[in-house]
Design a protein around this ligand. Structure first.
Ligand code: NAD
Length: 321
């Protein structure tokens, strides 16, 4: 039987259709360990070949390295620009946070140059909980609307860790101003708190990107990077779950991808990838899910291991390397 094609899902009211697995390019900035340019480009090529059409980055990842690497990968695709969807971000930089209209307006030109693109599809205010949410509402988003009118961006998004930031902003901007939200680490086996917000987001017509299905490395056999902000208790529970799966001949990352992909109110599950192997494994997780459904037995066992730490999060003050 031929493997099914990667599913495409609508993104809120944008009219965009995103592959259910999205390519998170933060690892291309060597955020999770060093990555060569050839591996970065090969990962992007393989992702597109296997049906991934959505690529996310930020000037913050690897202090602009991720954007540059992704730009090289996208150029190497050699396909019309309309065949892939790119999001990048503004307001968070290696030097710190700046959500002023002046900075974000300059930011898009810098990002477009590094990405070697004329426009990005989605431009997102990055980790807004670190700035003033009122500034984001009153200054940053209006500046992004001007970039939309200028044709440099197509849609506007906001990202961050605490879920309350989304309702705070969406309740204060005119309908249709914010097109997309990106939430991370809140729809994976160990933390599914985003689920409660989905009906509200639907009423607002906002597209939902759920990032970090592997909980930024917690739900991998290799384990998280040294900077990971989880408590020792959460880290060791996830490690125990990964070991349990391995002993059973299962892979915790596949299980985690399938868990996150199962909710179709989430437009795309954005997973960070830095090798052809990871791209192939994550796409296979999606196509096998479509063919065979979830591995309910192993999932229940892993959920039992993670029960004591379920929905445990961390203060959102992390500075990644
Ligand atoms: P993630 O949960 O996707 O985990 C990434 C880690 O898992 C990396 O070390 C990667 O190499 C590894 N990995 C990927 N596939 C694997 C597999 N099959 N087997 C084993 N290991 C595998 O975390 P993430 O990268 O932080 O999140 C995904 C993307 O979402 C980011 O790259 C970024 O684009 C976006 N994101 C945005 C925000 C924000 O805007 N605030 C926050 C987090 C993530």
């Amino acid at each position: 039987m031929a493997a099914p094609k990667l599913e495409m899902r609508p993104l809120g009211n944008t009219g965009l259709k995103l592959s259910s697995v999205g390519f998170g390019a933060s690892p291309l900035g060597s955020v999770f360990g060093s990555v060569s340019e050839s591996d970065a480009v090969a990962s992007v090529l393989e992702a597109f070949r296997l049906g991934i059409n959505f690529f996310d980055t930020s000037p913050y990842y690897g202090a602009t390295l991720s954007e540059k690497m992704l730009g090289k990968g996208l150029k190497a695709l050699g396909v019309p620009r309309s065949e892939y969807i790119v999001s990048t971000k503004c307001g968070r930089y290696r030097e710190g946070f700046d959500f002023s209209a002046e900075r974000v307006t300059k930011s898009i030109d810098e990002s477009l140059e590094r990405l070697q693109l004329d426009y990005v599809d989605i431009f997102q205010c990055h980790d807004i909980e670190f700035g003033s949410l009122d500034q984001v509402v009153n200054e940053t988003i209006p500046a992004l609307q001007k970039l939309k009118e200028a044709g440099k961006i197509r849609f506007i998004g906001i990202t961050g860790l605490p879920l309350e930031i989304f309702t705070y902003v969406l309740d204060r901007v005119p309908p249709g101003t914010v097109d997309v939200i990106l939430s991370y680490c809140h729809y994976s086996i160990n933390d599914s708190t985003l689920e409660d917000l989905l009906p509200y987001l639907k009423t607002k017509g906002v597209g939902v990107i759920s990032a970090s299905p592997l909980a930024m490395g917690l739900l991998t056999e290799f384990g998280p990077p040294e900077w990971h902000p989880a408590s020792p208790e959460l880290k060791s529970a996830c490690q125990a779950a990964a070991v349990y799966c391995k002993e059973k001949g299962k892979n915790i990352s596949k299980l985690a991808m399938q868990y996150s992909l199962s909710n179709k109110d989430i437009s795309t599950v954005l997973v960070g990838m830095n090798s052809v192997k990871q791209v192939e494994e994550n796409v296979a997780a999606a196509t096998e899910l479509a063919l065979f459904g979830k591995d309910h037995e192993t999932l229940a066992e892993v959920e039992a291991i993670l029960k004591p730490v379920k929905n445990q999060t961390w203060p959102s003050g992390i500075q990644r390397s």
